[in-house]
Design a protein around this ligand. Structure first.
Ligand SMILES: *[C@@H]1O[C@H](CO)[C@@H](O)[C@H](O)[C@H]1NC(C)=O
Length: 315
C-alpha cells in the first residue's frame, strides 16, 4: 500500500545539481583547479597506503590507522569529485534519484567512519604519550583490527538507517539542488512529504553516533596536552608534541568545518559560505591530510626515500 502510493506520487526521477553554475566565467579555471586537487589527493593517499602496506617499519598501529584514513580519503574524494568535474563541461549535472542517494549514502558513511578513525587514532596517541607502559598490552594486533573494523562498520551502519528512511521520502518537484553534491539537508528540503521525523532522527542518530567519538577524541587530546606540558625537559616536550600536533591539526579542521556547515543556518544569503565550507571538508581535507602527516613525519619520509631508492635500483 505504502509502496504503491509512493510510486504514484514520486514524479522526480532525477535531481539537478547546480554546482558552481553561478560562476560561468570561472568554469575552466575551477575545472583545472579541481582536476589538480583530485590527482594530488589520489596520488598522495595511494602513496601512503602503499608505504604502510610495504614498509616493515610502518607496521605499527598508528600507521595502520593512517593507512585506513588514506583509504577513506581516496574513497571520499572519488564519490564527490568525478561528478563535480563532469559538471563543469555541462554547467549543471543531472543525477538520477538512485545515483544521488548512493552518493549521499557513501559520503555520509565515510564521514561517520572518519569520526571513528580519528578517535581511534587519538586513543592510540593517548596510550603512547600518557600510558606508555601499558601500550603494548592494550594495543595488540587483535584489538587494533577490531578498532579498525568497528570504525568502518559503525560508520556505514549509522548512515544506513537514516539514508534508507530519507530515500522513502516523496519528491514531487522542484528538483534543483544548489550544491555541488547530493547532501542530506538540501535533498530533504526538496521533499514534499512530512520531513519532521527524518530531520529529528538525523539529529538524534548523528548525535548518538558522533558525539562519543568526538568526546573521546577531545578527552584524549586534553590528557595528551596536559601530560606534555608537565614534561620538564624542553627537548623531550617538543618531540612529544611534534608526534601529535599533526593529528590535532587534522582533527580540528575536520570537526571545525563539519560543525560550521551543519550548524550554520542554510539560508539563501549564507549559501555561498555553505558551499565554501563544504568544499573544505569534502575536497581540501582529503588532499591535505597525507601532506600534513607525511611532510611532518620522519618515519614516513624515511620510508618514502627507501621506497624510491628501491624503485630506482630496479630500473
Ligand atoms: C587498516 O587497519 C587494519 C587493522 O589495524 C590493518 O590490518 C590494515 O592493514 C589497515 N589498512 C591499511 C590500508 O592500512
Amino acid at each position: 500500500m505504502a509502496k504503491a502510493s509512493r510510486d504514484n506520487k514520486t514524479s522526480v526521477t532525477e535531481f539537478i545539481l547546480l554546482g558552481f553554475g553561478d560562476l560561468p566565467e570561472l568554469q575552466t579555471l575551477l575545472f583545472l583547479l579541481f582536476l589538480v586537487i583530485y590527482i594530488v589527493t589520489m596520488a598522495g593517499n595511494i602513496l601512503i597506503i602503499v608505504l604502510v602496506v610495504t614498509d616493515q617499519h610502518l607496521h605499527t598501529p598508528m600507521y595502520y590507522f593512517l593507512g585506513n584514513l588514506s583509504c577513506l580519503e581516496t574513497c571520499c574524494s572519488s564519490t564527490i569529485l568525478p561528478s563535480m568535474l563532469a559538471s563543469f563541461s555541462t554547467e549543471t549535472t543531472e543525477m538520477s534519484f538512485t545515483g544521488c542517494f548512493m552518493q549521499l549514502y557513501v559520503f555520509a558513511s565515510l564521514t561517520g567512519v572518519e569520526c571513528y578513525l580519528l578517535s581511534v587514532m587519538s586513543y592510540d596517541r593517548y596510550l603512547t604519550i600518557c600510558k606508555p607502559l601499558h601500550y603494548e598490552a592494550r594495543m595488540n594486533g587483535r584489538f587494533c583490527l577490531q578498532l579498525a573494523v568497528g570504525s568502518w562498520l559503525s560508520g556505514f551502519l549509522a548512515s544506513s538507517i537514516i539514508i534508507s528512511l530519507a530515500s522513502e521520502l516523496i519528491f514531487c518537484g522542484p528538483n534543483k539542488i544548489d550544491h555541488f553534491f547530493c547532501d542530506f539537508t538540501p535533498i530533504v528540503k526538496l521533499s514534499c512529504s512530512n520531513t519532521c521525523l527524518v530531520t529529528l532522527l538525523d539529529i538524534v542518530l548523528s548525535s548518538v553516533f558522533t558525539l562519543p567519538p568526538f568526546l573521546l577524541t577531545l578527552t584524549s587530546y586534553v590528557c595528551i596536552i596536559t601530560t606534555i606540558l608537565r614534561i620538564p625537559s624542553t627537548a623531550r616536550r617538543q618531540k612529544a608534541f611534534s608526534t601529535c600536533s599533526s593529528h590535532i591539526i587534522v582533527v580540528t579542521v575536520f570537526y571545525g568545518t563539519l560543525m560550521i556547515v551543519y550548524m550554520l543556518p542554510n539560508t539563501k544569503r549564507l549559501r555561498d559560505l555553505h558551499k565554501f565550507f563544504s568544499l573544505s571538508y569534502t575536497v581540501f581535507t582529503p588532499m591535505i591530510n597525507p601532506l600534513i602527516y607525511s611532510l611532518r613525519n620522519k618515519e614516513v619520509k624515511e620510508a618514502l626515500r627507501k621506497g624510491m631508492w628501491k624503485c630506482m635500483s630496479h630500473t
